[in-house]
Design a binder for this molecule. Sequence first.
Ligand SMILES: [Zn+2]
Length: 104
Amino acid sequence: MNDLLAAYRYTTNNHVQIGASTWCGCCSCVQLFPAEEVVAWTGLTMDNLDDPKAIANQTALCPRCGMEAVLGDKSGVPLSAQFLARMNEAWFQRTLIRKPTPRK
Ligand SMILES: [Zn+2]
């Protein structure tokens, strides 16, 4: 599998992975930061606030830019600035993941 696509999977529902990591990197702002800086998560609602499964499936928000694009070192992905830059290029410039443009 394409290593960028493989890494992409780790940017969502990654509460457990980030919790076990020491360092994190962001594919959006291409910065590295300690895992404990990640304090914002999405995925919980008033209904599943106490559900351990929902908690484990939360998605980290980057403490620097607020995007859901955080990778932890426990994911096994090489957290180098170079790799993050490749992720950024492929992902955010839509060369890897294309969204269909609606025709009118
Ligand atoms: Zn960021």
